[in-house]
Design a protein around this ligand. Structure first.
Ligand code: ADP
Ligand code: ZN
Length: 526
């Protein structure tokens, strides 16, 4: 069978999604592969399909028992023989599964990382053909990620102890550069194919509010979305209990989820939500990793989470079916304080030496600051998110609360004429910063050295703040009124469209943030 037939026969889909084919082809050609895709993009198929096409066994390393169980059950239902080996099995179940594996019954085996270097597992692996090791949630290997799991370091040890090195593939939804580099380095990937698919989820609406009464605001929202499936995230178990109680009393179909409940209740509540017996689940961040429910129509953060990584991952559980869905964050000043306390008292950090702990805490505080900025920015929220993850967004998406309330259409022709004129009169020799500084009238050594203080456009727009000049400059480049050389110098160049602007034949109109205080600043709690 070829990959399209496998996709259709086992998974029932007709087409691959963005990125999937590249990753599958890379693995099948025997190359190490690193796939970075947002939650819900369809990472699992990228290793499951090659696993079914290669001879030998694929080991999938996954951090959570529940995640393994779900995936193995789904595979079994699709007619694929798969098994998991983890601490949820009794000793006799474990040995039975291993015996079946030795007989070659399973093309795919999910393994908990701490099992890998046990004697009996190594003995099995050395005497079978392991064609691939696929590492799910690969960011768990990075100390810089928030989900660091020391047991993930055993993966490298395991691979090194194999006589024939299997293909190694790794997958994560964490896009920050430190984590990406860590995955590649620590797992010792060999010249991997690295593929990042876009992190933008255009079907998600992003909104921030700082209401006086969070509960009322949320209730109004829920009343406007009757019967829809949604997740409400709270920071603490106590908050989960309170919010869940109130919603129940107000007649909503809700359940709850946090680490303080018994395993049985957690399991039951999760299933009630997944099978739509409860429309809404109120939960801490313990809920979600590995939840695959496609029709979640909204994710409300009743409290601001600790960082953008958590926020985007949790919010991203909405709209996995690609249909419109809403992600609302209800900010309150207390959320910052609660998160600060979490950072100061983080028990995971107690084992670290004092120096490392200080570094980790500083990093967490910085992340919390960036999360807080998200709640206060006037700019496009989607743009803020994408830039945080190192992607280049447009400064207006039209599908977030800021774009819909904070933006106005502004005629920037006058600014455009000066910027383009400056590029032309300095004979297209300088980068963005020099042009902006010239037009703004900066009195720096560099400007004097380049004699840009003698340029006819010097200080023509000294009253326009530089951030605004920069926005217009970005826009001009985005719309190709100006170009930029594709080298390290990034020299600004004229384009075919430049002339029309200079001669004022074509007005330049763009969306810009209104210059007013963000409501969050005015109305924040207390
Ligand atoms: P991730 O691990 O990236 O968060 P999953 O592998 O759980 O995402 O996939 C998310 C959902 O998308 C699943 O329901 C999966 O069956 C579905 N899916 C994956 N690939 C495709 C595809 N090519 N066409 C349609 N649906 C797909
Ligand atoms: Zn926007």
């Amino acid at each position: 069978m070829n990959k399209h037939q496998v996709l259709k026969q086992y998974f029932g889909y007709d087409e691959f999604r963005d990125g999937q084919e590249t990753l599958i082809d890379s693995i099948l050609s025997g190359r190490d592969t690193l796939g970075i895709m947002p939650t819900g993009a369809g990472k699992s198929l990228c290793f499951q399909i090659p696993a079914l096409m290669m001879d030998g066994i694929t080991l999938v390393i996954s951090p959570l028992i529940s995640l393994m169980k779900d995936q193995v059950e789904a595979l079994n239902q699709a007619g694929v023989h798969a098994a998991y080996l983890n601490s949820s099995l009794t000793a006799s179940q474990y040995y039975r599964a291993l015996a079946y594996a030795r007989e070659g019954r399973y093309p795919i085996i999910y393994v908990a990382p701490e099992r890998l270097v046990t004697e009996e597992f190594l003995d099995f692996a050395r005497n079978t053909k392991i064609s691939m090791v696929a590492i799910d949630e690969a960011h768990c290997v990075s100390q810089w990620g928030q989900d660091f799991r020391p047991s993930y370091l055993k993966i490298v040890e395991f691979i090194e102890r194999m006589e024939v090195r299997p293909v190694v593939s790794a997958f994560t939804a964490t896009a920050t550069k430190e984590v990406r580099d860590d995955i590649s380095d620590i797992l010792m990937l060999r010249e991997p194919t690295v593929l990042t698919t876009g992190f933008d989820r255009p079907n998600l609406y992003f909104g921030v509010q700082a209401p006086k009464d969070k509960y009322e605001t949320m209730k109004n929202f829920l009343e406007l979305h009757p019967g829809q499936s949604g997740v409400i995230y709270c920071l603490t178990r106590k908050n989960v209990e309170e919010v869940c109680e109130k919603l129940r009393a107000d007649g909503f179909s809700v359940t709850r989820y946090h680490a303080g409940l018994s395993d049985a209740e957690r399991q039951k509540n999760q299933e009630d939500f997944i099978y739509d017996r409860a429309a809404i689940v109120v939960a801490t961040n313990a809920f979600g990793m590995g939840i695959d429910k496609s029709n979640v129509r909204f994710v409300i953060h009743y409290n601001m989470p600790k960082n953008m990584e958590s926020y985007y991952q949790e919010a991203g559980r909405a709209g996995r079916d690609g249909e419109p869905a809403e992600c609302i964050l209800l900010y309150g000043g207390q959320d910052v304080i609660t998160n600060q306390l979490f950072i100061d008292n983080n028990r995971d950090n107690q084992e670290l030496d004092a120096v490392t702990r200080a570094i980790v805490q500083e990093r967490d505080r910085e992340r919390l600051r960036k999360m807080t900025f998200y709640c206060f920015t006037n700019e496009c929220l989607r743009d803020y998110i994408l830039r945080y993850f190192g992607e280049y967004g447009e400064n207006y998406c039209g599908n977030c609360s800021n774009c819909l309330s904070q933006f106005e259409t502004v005629d920037v022709t006058e600014i455009a004429v000066e910027l383009i004129g400056c590029v032309g009169s300095s004979r297209q020799r300088y980068g963005t910063n020099v042009i902006i500084d010239t037009v703004h009238g900066a009195n720096t050594a560099k400007i004097r050295q380049y004699r840009m203080d003698e340029n006819p456009h010097y200080a023509k727009l000294s009253k326009v703040p530089t951030y605004k000049l920069r926005q217009v400059m970005n826009y001009l480049q985005l719309k190709e009124y100006l170009g930029v050389t594709n080298d390290e110098y990034a020299i600004v160049k004229l384009t075919e469209k430049s002339k029309a602007v200079l001669e004022e034949e074509e007005p330049v109109v763009m969306k810009m943030a209104k210059e007013q205080e963000h409501p969050a600043k005015v109305k924040s709690e207390k």
